[in-house]
Design a protein around this ligand. Structure first.
Ligand SMILES: NC(=O)c1ccc[n+]([C@@H]2O[C@H](COP(=O)([O-])OP(=O)(O)OC[C@H]3O[C@@H](n4cnc5c(N)ncnc54)[C@H](O)[C@@H]3O)[C@@H](O)[C@H]2O)c1
Length: 434
C-alpha cells in the first residue's frame, strides 16, 4: 500500500520505517529540511537502537523515501498518518496546533478518497476536530481513524514490530479494516487489534501514561517514607511486585520520570479534566514527581552542606532514561541546575545524550568521552540515568579517581552492602544508607 507519514520524530519515523519494512511504499514528510536531508542519506537525527539500520535498508530497497512536500505525498498515498508533536501549552494542557495545521494541509492537498490516521497523542474529541477541518478544506471523501501509539523510546522499533496491542478508533468500518491490514504483520503472535470509538482510543493513550506515571510516583512516595521509618524500598518493591494484581514492572524508585511524554501527558490529562472534572490523583502524581527530582540534591546538601562552592560532581547519565539521547524534561536537568546554582561544578558523561545536553547546558558543564574521565578529582559521583554500562563498573578505579569515595545513586543500581564494604559512603533512594 502507498502510505504517507507526516512528522519524522520518534513516532513518525519508527512507524514509517516499520511499515516500509513490512512491504509498503512509505513517504515520510517533515517541515524540518535539515532532518529530511539527513534522512535522505540514511542518517537519523536522534538515537534509537536499531532504527538507522532499518531506515538505510528500506531506503536502499526503495520502499522508504523522505520529502518536505506534503501535497505530493498526500496525493500518492491511500493512507496518511499524522505523527507531529503535541507539546504542552502555557497552561499545561495539550497543544494540538501542529495536528490541526497538518489536518488542514492534508485536506487542502487531497485529490481523492484518503484515510487519515492520527498517531499523535491528543485529547478525546480531536478526531472530530480533524474531521471538521478536513471537511472544510476538501470536497473529496475521507475517513479519520484514531490510532494512538504506545511505543517506548529506547525500544521503539521492537515495540512497534511487536506491540502488546494496537488500538484503532473510529466509526468507518472500511477505513478501520484498511488500517487493520497494515498492522496484521505485527500481531502474528496473537496480540489483539482493539477496535473502538475514536474518543475511547484517544483516551486510552493518556490513561496508559497516567497509570504508568502513577506507579512511579507511588513507589517514589513509598521510597521516601521507607527512608524515614527504617525500611528498604527494594525489599518492599519485591514483596508487592509478586502480587499478580500489582506486578513487578514500573515500580522501581528513582529521581522521577521525565521525557517527552509522561510529564506533558499527565498535565494534558489534568487539563482535559479541568473544565469538567477535578483530577486530584493525577495532580498528586505530578506533584510527587516534581518533588522527587530534588531528592538527590537534598542528599548531596545534607552530606556536603548547602553551599557547594568549590566542589565538583561527576554525573553519569543525562538522558531521561537509558537507550535514548532524549533530554526532554530529563530529571538530570533539574539535578544539574540545582548543583550549579549551589556553586558546584559538573563533570558529565552520557553514552548518547552529550550532544543534546550541550544544547541545554552549553559550557556550564564539562563533558567527557569516557565515564571514568568524569571522575578525576571529583568530590562525589552522582548516578542519574541507569545505563547498563554503569551497573557493574570498576569500583576500585572509581575510588582511585574520586577525591572522596562518595556515591549518590539516583536509580538504586548498586548494592549498598557491597559499596559499604568497599569503603564508599553511599546514598540511594528509599534504602537505609541515605
Ligand atoms: N516519543 C515517544 O516516545 C512517543 C510515544 C508515543 C506517542 N508519542 C506522541 O506522538 C507524537 C509525536 O511525538 P514524537 O516524540 O515523535 O515528536 P517529535 O517532536 O520527535 O517529532 C515531531 C515531528 O513532527 C514535525 N512536524 C511538526 N509540524 C509538522 C508539519 N506541519 N508538517 C510536517 N512535519 C511536522 C517536527 O518537525 C518533528 O520532526 C506526540 O503527540 C507524542 O506525544 C510519542
Amino acid at each position: 500500500m502507498n502510505l504517507g507519514v507526516i512528522g519524522t520524530g520518534y513516532v513518525g519515523l519508527v512507524a514509517g520505517t516499520c511499515f516500509a519494512e513490512s512491504g509498503n511504499d512509505v513517504t515520510c514528510v517533515d517541515i524540518d529540511e535539515k532532518k529530511i536531508s539527513a534522512l535522505k542519506m540514511g542518517r537519523v537525527s536522534f538515537y534509537e537502537p536499531g532504527l538507522e539500520e532499518l531506515v538505510r535498508r528500506n531506503l536502499e530497497e526503495q520502499r522508504l523515501s523522505f520529502t518536505t512536500d506534503l501535497k505530493a505525498t498526500v496525493r500518492q498515498a491511500s493512507v496518511v498518518f499524522i505523527a507531529v508533536g503535541t507539546p504542552q501549552d502555557s497552561d499545561g494542557a495539550a497543544d494540538i496546533e501542529q495536528v490541526l495545521a497538518t489536518a488542514k494541509a492534508i485536506g487542502q492537498a487531497m485529490d481523492g478518497y484518503k484515510v487519515i490516521v492520527n498517531k499523535s497523542t491528543v485529547p478525546a474529541g480531536t478526531a472530530d476536530r480533524i474531521r471538521a477541518l478536513l471537511a472544510a478544506a476538501t470536497s473529496h471523501p475521507f475517513a479519520v481513524v484514531a490510532n494512538p501509539e504506545f511505543l517506548k523510546e529506547g525500544a521503539a522499533v521492537e515495540d512497534f514490530m511487536k506491540p502488546d496491542r494496537v488500538v484503532l478508533g473510529g466509526d468507518d468500518s472500511q477505513a478501520i479494516e484498511l488500517v487493520k491490514e497494515l498492522y496484521e504483520p505485527f500481531v502474528r503472535t496473537g496480540n489483539p487489534i482493539l477496535i473502538m470509538d475514536a474518543r475511547s482510543a484517544e483516551m486510552s493513550k493518556y490513561a496508559a501514561n497516567g497509570m504508568l506515571a502513577a506507579k512511579i510516583s507511588f513507589i517514589n512516595e513509598v521510597a521516601n517514607l521507607c527512608e524515614k521509618v527504617g525500611a528498604d524500598v527494594d525489599e518492599v518493591r519485591r514483596a508487592i511486585g509478586l502480587d499478580r494484581r500489582i506486578g513487578p514492572h514500573f515500580i522501581f524508585p528513582g529521581i522521577g520520570y521525565g521525557g517527552s511524554c509522561f510529564p506533558k501527558d499527565i498535565r494534558a490529562l489534568i487539563g482535559m479534566g479541568e473544565p469538567v472534572l477535578e483530577m486530584p490523583l493525577l495532580k498528586a502524581v505530578d506533584r510527587v514527581n516534581e518533588r522527587q527530582k530534588g531528592v538527590l540534591v537534598e542528599k548531596v546538601k545534607r552530606h556536603f552542606g548547602a553551599d557547594l562552592t568549590g566542589l565538583t560532581f561527576a554525573v553519569w547519565g543525562l538522558s531521561f532514561k537509558p537507550r535514548t539521547d532524549d533530554m526532554r524534561d530529563a530529571p538530570s536537568i533539574v539535578v544539574i541546575e540545582a548543583l550549579l546554582k549551589a556553586g558546584g561544578r559538573i563533570e558529565a558523561y552520557d553514552p548518547e545524550a552529550m550532544e543534546e545536553a550541550r544544547k541545554i547546558f552549553a559550557d556550564r558543564v564539562r563533558y567527557h568521552r569516557r565515564n571514568y574521565d568524569a571522575l578525576k578529582g571529583a568530590d562525589a559521583l552522582l548516578v542519574v540515568t541507569e545505563w547498563n554500562e554503569f551497573r557493574r563498573p570498576n569500583f576500585q578505579t572509581i575510588k582511585e579517581l574520586l577525591k572522596s569515595p562518595v556515591i549518590f545513586d539516583g536509580r538504586n543500581v548498586y548494592d549498598a552492602q557491597e559499596l559499604k564494604r568497599l569503603g564508599f559512603t553511599y546514598y540511594s533512594i528509599g534504602r537505609q544508607n541515605g
